[in-house]
Design a binder for this molecule. Structure first.
Ligand code: ADP
Ligand code: MG
Length: 258
């Protein structure tokens, strides 16, 4: 990772409130192409909101978001910030894949149709092209044999791998994972981790929110600990998990969840 390059994504002084709750409190982040970042922290600390602001599912109150060096998502009129045109937001969103805790597959579509949908409707691929891409991604996720079944017939681990294949079919530049294994039975966690690890090894840039410390330690270059909407600690993965570097707040948190 060369620090002189332009970050793939940069957040500058991001701030987000819900009523009186400050969900994101003046956060700064630079993520470079190929980097893998893990975000951990207690429930309610702002992890999901942070991912959602990056993907423009949430509008920030203050701050700026840059994608490949250009400010995105908002335009300024008479000094007032407003969300950019839906078309532009959609174009940006297409560059960023997001995987949620609860899969969010289309229940009335087969696995193959689920994965073809993005390339077809957003990327404007022909049906044949979309199918080729979808089959490719399903093969990568080890799900070719499930292509004609409906999501209801899949295990949680399989559903999540379809969700990952669907996100990948858009050929995103960045992948966001919001607790991708939290809704899974313990015996299904491994297959989803393996799928994400494979992407990491292929060089995908990613941010993963997880409570699975073993996974964060194994795949992340960098770890951020969030609390009350702020980054309490930001460190290289190795340093973060070495007991010397952990501050007492993080030690308590890790002891509780391990
Ligand atoms: P985490 O993902 O770390 O558990 P969240 O980002 O979901 O945290 O939430 C951060 C804070 O913002 C919490 O206090 C939560 O209750 C609040 N919050 C999140 N989304 C909303 C919303 N849509 N409306 C009101 N409050 C919200
Ligand atoms: Mg969350």
């Amino acid at each position: 990772m060369k620090k002189d390059k332009i970050p793939l994504i940069e957040l500058k002084n991001i701030y987000k409130k819900f009523g009186d709750i400050v969900a994101i409190n003046n956060v700064n982040l630079k993520l470079y192409k190929g980097e893998k970042l893990a975000i951990i922290g207690p429930s309610g600390s702002g992890k999901s909101t942070l991912l959602r602001t990056i993907n423009f599912l949430e509008q920030i109150d203050k701050g700026q978001i840059f994608f490949e060096g250009k400010e995105v998502g908002y335009i300024y009129k008479k000094g007032k910030r407003i969300l950019d045109k839906p078309k532009k937001i959609c174009a940006l969103r297409a560059e960023i894949g997001m995987v949620f805790q609860h899969f969010h597959l289309f229940p009335h579509m087969t696995v193959l149709e689920n994965v073809m949908e993005g390339p077809k409707t957003v990327r404007k691929k022909t049906k044949e092209e979309a199918k080729a891409i979808a089959l490719d991604m399903l093969a990568k996720m080890g799900l070719l044999d499930k292509k004609n079944v409906y999501p209801a017939c899949l295990s949680g681990g399989q559903k999540q791998r379809v969700a990952i294949a669907r996100a990948l079919a858009m050929k995103p530049k960045l992948m966001l994972f919001d607790e991708p294994t939290s809704a899974l039975d313990p015996e299904l966690v491994g297959e989803v981790f393996e799928a994400i690890k494979k992407l990491a090894q292929e060089g995908m840039t990613m941010i993963i929110v997880t409570h699975q410390m073993g996974f964060a330690r194994e795949m992340a270059d960098r770890v951020i600990f969030m609390e009350n909407g702020s980054f309490l600690v930001e460190a290289k993965s190795k340093e973060f998990f070495s007991s010397k570097a952990s501050n007492s707040r993080i030690k308590t948190f890790l002891q509780k969840i391990l």
